[in-house]
Design a protein around this ligand. Structure first.
Ligand SMILES: [Zn+2]
Length: 447
């Protein structure tokens, strides 16, 4: 079964073949977060989409190197640290820890490499020097700019005309730019700000050069897959292509470009003023991360996704049903097989809605259900942990619930059905649902 991916660079769905002539190893680079604040639901989508692609590639190829960077130098970070009166390092360390907690709760596997931009400044400077030497960049007023007209292919990748390139830059044209489309590779910093010494004075890198330097460091100048949100196609990815192709002679940079679609929330564009702006953390305080992951997988990754809390509740109920199958038919780990239907759906440009439909067909094969769900990052908890624990478990604790269940069993034996019902109803009011099973066993779950 060949993996097919829609390639933004060629604007069509293509068979994926790795660069490795032996066909064994695959490299994937995904643009990670700029770490100044909690991630929101829009940032969560690429995390889950590319984690699912990573799982598919790992099932197909011997070695997969997944590189997901962290942008820890940026104007927004500097401004936020100043606002909060803390050091940049304290802000970025705190935000990275929160980000890792969020992506763990979303069921994302850990990438092989998570490079921090500030650990790769010398590689960025070296790349900028090569661009200058090859006539594709110039220094002016302590800045270094990429010379867009020096590369006739600029705009081809992102399918942007010259006018759109300039509009897209959305900046006032700085006097030191030779051409309005030229973009910053290096910019000056004040001595008290975050910065590094460079041949062009004390300063810091532009955002785009970070990804060109870090991707080639870990995956080489040519590699297989580059991913990110659609909003990154222009200018970020267009500029990465220009930098890498011009700075590394003979390089075509990434071969397959995979972009996830936009996220709306409650039917509208996300906005703090409308009240439909959710951080992942606030959702995870009230819902299990797995339910959020399921909502994100219910829409094929290229389509726009409309998130809502109602969908999150439905996803939680759907997982209750699937975990119910696993609870009622305990299985030995490692005894199931991934279904061909799930593999075929995922291999078809990561058709997750179809893969989920295939998953539901496996309800009578619980071992296969669990093995197949792994491909989607779902159903890997112990059913008891799913039903009893969970994020936002604000109701009674396990010991109290079990004591009340025992009391109810005793009440039933004493034919005190009023008391038995009272216990069931009071627990329900506190978010705990009792389920009487054959043999006098009572299961429970948090609603
Ligand atoms: Zn990037």
């Amino acid at each position: 079964m060949t993996v097919q991916l829609y390639n933004t660079a060629t604007r069509r769905k293509e068979d994926f073949t790795p660069l490795d002539p032996a066909g064994r190893s695959v490299g994937m680079y995904v643009c990670g977060p700029t770490v100044y604040d909690l991630i929101h639901i829009g940032n969560a989508r690429p995390q889950v989409v590319f984690d699912t692609l990573y799982r598919l590639l790992k099932a197909r190829y011997q070695t997969v190197t997944y590189v997901r960077n962290i942008t820890d130098v940026e104007d927004k970070i500097i401004a936020r640290a100043k606002e909060r009166g803390i050091s940049i390092r304290d802000l970025t360390d705190e935000t990275i820890a929160q980000y890792h907690r969020d992506v763990d709760d979303l069921g994302c596997l850990t990438p092989e490499v998570e490079p921090r931009a500030t650990d790769h400044i010398s590689q960025m400077i070296a790349l900028i020097e090569r661009l200058i030497a090859r006539g594709h960049a110039y220094a002016a007023e302590r800045h270094v700019l990429f010379d867009v007209p020096s590369w006739p292919n600029y705009g081809t990748f992102s399918n942007r005309t010259r006018d759109e390139q300039i509009d897209g830059a959305r900046v006032e044209v700085a006097p030191y730019k030779r051409d309005p489309a030229d973009f910053v590779l290096w910019k000056p910093a004040e001595a008290a700000e975050q910065g590094w010494d460079s041949p062009w004075g004390f300063g810091r890198p532009g955002w785009h050069i970070e990804c060109s330097a870090m991707s080639s460091q870990y995956l080489g100048e040519n590699f297989d897959i580059h991913g990110g949100g659609m909003d990154l196609i222009f200018p970020h990815h267009q500029n990465e292509v220009a930098q890498s192709c011009c700075g590394n002679p003979g390089s075509d940079f990434a071969r397959y470009w995979v972009h996830n679609g936009y996220v709306m929330s409650e039917g509208e564009k996300m906005s703090k003023s409308i009240g439909n702006f959710y951080t992942v953390r606030e959702l995870l305080d009230a819902f299990p991360g797995e339910a959020l992951r399921l909502v994100l997988l219910k829409t094929q990754y290229r389509q726009p996704l409309d998130f809502s809390k109602a969908k999150l509740r439905e996803a939680k109920a759907e997982l209750d049903r699937l975990y119910g199958v696993l609870r009622d038919a305990p299985i030995k780990d490692g005894t199931g097989a991934v279904s061909d239907g799930v593999m075929a759906a995922l291999s078809d440009d990561l058709n997750t809605p179809e893969a989920l439909a295939e998953l539901h067909k496996l309800r009578d094969k619980p071992a296969d259900l669990k093995a197949s769900a792994y491909m989607l990052g779902l159903l890997q908890q112990e059913p008891v942990a799913w039903f009893h624990g969970g994020a936002g478990a604000t109701g009674p604790d396990v010991a109290e619930i079990e004591a009340l269940i025992d009391e109810r069993v005793a009440a039933k034996q004493a034919k005190d059905f009023a008391r038995a019902d009272e216990i069931r109803d009071s627990l329900k009011a506190r978010g705990v649902v009792l389920e009487d099973k054959p043999g006098g066993v009572t299961d429970w779950r948090r609603d």
